[in-house]
Design a protein around this ligand. Structure first.
Ligand code: GDP
Ligand code: MG
Length: 978
């Protein structure tokens, strides 16, 4: 901590420095904290829109301040963000010739931010989003989740529950307050230079919908993590942080660890696993108006609970003690509460009024709005007080606010010096960095994920969101700052299967393992400057009366490279699941594009979606979530280019590249669904199929007598049932939920050498001998949490003796063997069939490797060739018998949930004893304590899913209605079925 004499001296030095620099009068900063949107015609973009923006009638009444630049005119002469961006580009190693040639395109991309908002349920994601849309002029008033009129929660079920179920993409323009382009206004630059296009993907916080989180991570460039100022980091904050920082698109059941074998035994390099890099992120501590809020506590939980996060406060919250009077000077009753004041002793019963921006060293104070919380942006324009404004005397250099601000800025500089060379140099020379230097260092450190900048506010009261939007422009990456996605080359299944001989190339091969913008001096396919189309369908929804003709299917896609027009013919490729044969690519014509502005989804005429952008496509019937979209003509184009060597700066696309898709966790809960009558029954199936196309984490299975629906938890299933009713008019009956038990082996078990199978069915003799070995498959380290394991499907491998017998080498993998040799195919499918029913309770077997060591038959390979059914029956029967005779070494696994229960302190005993009867274990109890802002107790632990079905009601009744809980699937753990 700096002494107050030292901080005051620092401040005085800075004031002196200030008076030597040119003072530029900007338009009133107050009015600038209010954004307008423009039509984007000038830039030639057709996929953007113009919005009515609210009038500015009330703005005059707000006190204005002028803006004193504290840097030399030379620095101001170069637009700051361009300087920043040039530096980022250099990390992408694009040569100057490319920078010059594609300057218009680079300029467009630099002004684009694809951002996702993540949080624990109820932390305020939707409220923050709505506030952003209101500030951007898209909606006149910020909707309220409490009154159910928000734009981003557009399904009726979501509005009613106040949670966001499906991520909706929304795009808007935001004026960039910190862009030095604004300073160039006088030199003839247009206002458009200051605008960034922000594309928000509103993501769900409820982990029952974690597939939504995964799929948005796959298409985002940056993230905002909203944290509750009272609760700090919560269970699902940790989950979304994991998804953000380990965003393999298949991060649930495949490619779990960088350099280890994944569940299907296939190796992926780290870059392949990370189809996308981890997301640079900003944290926003929301709800600072709530009783018990504590910025310092929230910051500490970020530090303690989010691995790898290095949270650094960019702001200091301001509180009013006593009556607030907003005047031309910062009111004397306003105090700053530093993050280090963990007991919040600086302020008791203060009211959150604003914050200090530690980069620009200004206090931003919002007016108080009605108690309802939903404020018209016009009534909530903040006053801005520059802490270095020499003339206005707005701020007393000896005031508590100034002293706290200087110390906090010093902390920020010191934290950046730890991770950024540029800042380290300045720090070691004991210089005070300019605001520009500080912001540049913040950007570099955020992009490299060396720090997590922490901001604060109260979105519901309209406070803190403008600086957050600015920070999204300042600190989060543009598409140019991201590596192109990893690609697989899937070949054309129909061709490659036919033409394949021995030693032919594998169907699916890893194409790219170094992921920066270039390979051998070429711009990679997938880089935003590459001209060939590469897009990922990251979300499919069905909207009545949208989606052109047909079933109303709307496909949300992120375009990585090239451009996609509303009438293009595209090639759709579905990534092959590990070990499975790839599907044949389809060719389809796009029917049109919908406007992405806040839930309107109007048809756009002749729209084009350029690289880096997200679009909503209609008329595509065969596209499901996770599919790759290429232009049907990509392949031809590439070849021509190759011949003529034209456009040689671009890597050539084979026309068969495929993105890794979107990983969906396996369902853990199943219910039986029945419609009222036979006619509704067929409608039910249709409706369920539509829902499955939208949500890959749902599964529907028809068994002769019933329709089974599986999902990720009770809420997931409930929402589906709700949608069936509302959107499809189907009243369905739901059976008792059953949880997805699995079985596994605890140690190696095997047949005693070759085991004989010999049956005669009718006049056919089926005879074969097999030696099998089963072993537990350990998940790669780091993914076994506590006693829980993450499930993966069983893997069947063929040993060298088997390969020799069949005439294959050791290199060919099992999926290729199965395609090329019908005996191998029969053998593998026989084993897989037997692994569908375990010996303990007929549950599917998981997390095992089944090695076929040796096979033989009395008539040799010829007899097996003539009758592959013999080897299928033999492998299935022998495997089942080996499992049955080793029951003692098998165990049943059940889904286990991490729970977080909040209840009043007096109720803790009741809740804990109830948890014990549910076979729950308790990890942590944080008791409510009036001294430290936590009035409620928090209980964290683990409970088997089977024991907490219907727990919401039970908790309500045992706590007199005030207990709440959230549950997240953690993994499967061993259980005793009794
Ligand atoms: P989400 O689940 O993360 O999308 O959270 P919501 O935006 O739906 O907000 C959850 C609840 O918190 C709602 O009742 C909001 O009104 C409330 N809320 C959101 N932001 C704030 C805030 O800044 N202050 C207060 N006091 N409540 C807030
Ligand atoms: Mg929400």
């Amino acid at each position: 901590m700096l002494s107050s004499t030292r901080t005051v001296k620092l401040f005085q030095d800075r004031v002196r420095a200030c008076s030597n620099t040119t003072t530029l009068a900007l338009p009133s900063i107050s009015t600038k904290y209010y954004n307008t949107s423009k039509s984007d015609e000038a830039s030639g973009r057709q996929s953007h829109y113009s919005y009515d923006h609210p009038s500015t009638k009330n703005l005059q009444s707000i006190p204005s301040t002028s803006f004193h630049a504290n840097r030399s005119i030379n620095q101001i002469g170069s637009p700051r963000y361009l300087l920043l961006q040039t530096r980022q580009m250099s990390t992408n190693t694009l040569p100057p010739s490319i920078l010059a040639k594609y300057s218009t395109e680079i300029y467009r991309l630099r002004h684009l931010r694809n951002v996702g908002i993540f949080a624990h349920v109820d932390a305020g994601k939707t409220t923050v989003t709505e506030r952003m849309l209101a500030l951007a002029g898209i909606v006149p008033l910020a909707g309220s989740v409490d009154s159910g009129n928000t734009v981003t929660d557009y399904l009726p079920a979501e509005r009613e529950r106040g949670i966001t179920i499906q991520s909706a993409a929304i795009s808007f323009e935001w004026k960039w307050h910190n862009s030095d382009a604004s300073l160039l206004g006088e030199e003839g630059k247009s206002e458009e230079d200051e605008q960034v296009t922000i594309q928000l993907i509103d993501t769900p916080g409820h982990v029952d919908f974690s597939v939504e989180v995964n799929r948005s991570v796959a298409v985002l460039d940056g993230a905002v993590l909203v944290v509750d100022a009272v609760a700090g980091v919560q269970a699902q904050t940790e989950t979304v942080w994991r998804a953000m920082t380990r965003p393999s698109m298949k991060n649930h059941d495949k490619g779990l660890d960088h350099d280890k074998e994944n569940c299907s035994g296939k190796r992926w390099s780290s870059d392949d696993t990370h189809g996308h890099e981890p997301l640079p992120c900003i944290a926003f501590v929301n709800k600072m108006d709530k009783e018990g809020c504590n910025f310092g506590y929230a910051l500490n939980t970020l530090k303690k609970k989010l691995p790898g996060a290095n949270p650094v406060a960019m702001q200091v919250p301001l509180f009013a003690v006593g009556n607030t009077v907003i005047s031309d000077t910062l009111a004397g009753n306003i105090v700053a509460v530093p993050a280090s004041d963990l007991d919040m002793r600086t302020v008791t019963n203060g009211k959150f009024v604003g914050l200090i921006d530690l980069v620009e060293m200004r206090a931003i104070v919002w007016p108080e709005v009605g108690s309802g919380g939903v404020a018209d942006v016009e009534e909530c324009v903040p006053a801005v007080y520059n802490l270095f404004d020499v003339d206005s005397k707005a701020i007393d250099p000896d005031s508590q606010v100034t002293i706290v601000a200087l110390a906090a800025r010093q902390n920020l500089v010191a934290s950046l010096a730890d991770v950024d060379e540029g800042m380290e140099e300045i720090f070691l020379m004991e210089k005070d960095p300019s605001n520009y230097e500080l912001r540049s260092a913040l950007r570099r450190a955020t992009l490299d994920r060396k720090i997590l900048p922490v901001m604060t506010g109260a979105a519901l009261r309209g406070k803190g969101v403008e600086p957050l939007l600015d920070a999204m422009a300042d600190l989060l990456p543009s598409p140019l700052n991201r590596k192109p996605p990893a690609l697989l080359d899937q070949g054309d299944a129909s061709v490659s299967l036919k033409s394949r001989g021995r030693g032919a190339k594998k169907d699916v091969k890893i194409l790219k393992d170094d992921c920066d913008g270039e390979s051998q001096g070429l711009i990679k396919f997938g880089h935003p400057l590459h001209p060939s189309l590469l897009a990922l369908a990251f979300k499919v929804v069905h909207m009545k009366n949208r989606g052109g003709s047909g079933d109303g299917r709307v496909v949300f896609a992120r375009v990585y490279s090239g451009k996609l027009s509303s009438r293009d013919t595209v090639k759709v490729i579905t990534p092959a699941n590990n070990g499975e044969n790839p599907e044949k690519p389809r060719t389809e014509r796009v029917g049109g594009m919908l406007e992405l502005a806040g839930g309107k989804f109007d048809n756009l005429k002749d729209a084009v979606c350029y690289s880096g952008d997200v679009c909503a496509l209609i008329g595509l019937k065969s596209v499901s979530t996770g599919d790759t979209i290429l232009l049907a003509s990509n392949e031809g184009k590439g070849k021509k280019k190759k011949k003529s060597q034209k456009d040689s700066e671009f890597e050539i696309s084979s026309g068969n590249e495929c993105l890794a898709g979107v990983g969906a966790p396996k369902p853990v809960l199943t219910v039986r669904v029945e419609a009222e009558n036979a006619e509704q029954e067929s409608k039910l199936l249709e409706a369920l199929n539509l829902l499955v196309a939208e949500d890959p984490s749902l599964q529907v299975e028809e068994t002769g007598s019933a329709t089974l629906l599986s999902g990720l938890g009770e809420l997931h299933i409930e929402v589906v049932v709700d949608r069936l009713k509302r959107e499809h008019g189907l009243a369905v009956w739901i059976g008792k939920p059953s949880v997805a038990y699995r079985e596994t082996v605890q140690r190696v078990i095997e047949t005693p050498g070759l085991m004989d199978y010999d049956r005669t069915i009718g006049s056919t003799r089926m005879q074969a001998m097999i030696h099998l070995r089963l072993e537990p498959y350990d998940n790669p380290k780091g993914h076994t949490s506590g006693d829980c394991i993450i499930l993966c499907d069983p893997v069947v491998t063929l040993g060298s003796k088997v390969r020799e017998f069949l005439g294959f080498d050791n290199e060919t993998d099992e999926s290729e063997l199965a395609q090329r040799c019908n005996i191998a195919n029969a053998l593998i499918s026989g084993c897989k069939g037997a692994l569908k029913r375990g010996p303990m309770g007929s549950f599917e077997i998981a997390n095992v490797k089944c090695h076929v060591e040796e096979i033989d038959a009395e008539g040799g390979i010829a007899s097996l060739k003539a009758l592959p059914g013999a080897i299928r029956a033999a492998s299935s029967t022998i495997l089942t018998s080996v499992l049955n005779s080793n029951k003692a070494y098998c165990s049943v696994l059940e889904p286990t949930m991490s729970v977080e229960i909040s209840a009043s302190s007096e109720m803790v005993g009741t809740v804990l004893s109830d948890l014990t009867t549910r076979r729950g274990t308790v990890d942590e109890v944080i008791m409510g304590d009036d001294d430290t802002s936590h009035t409620k107790a928090l209980i964290r632990g683990q409970v088997p899913l089977a024991e907490i079905l219907g727990y919401a009601n039970n908790l309500r009744s045992i706590t007199g209605g005030e207990g709440t809980f959230s549950a997240e699937y953690k993994g499967h753990s061993a259980c005793d079925l009794g």
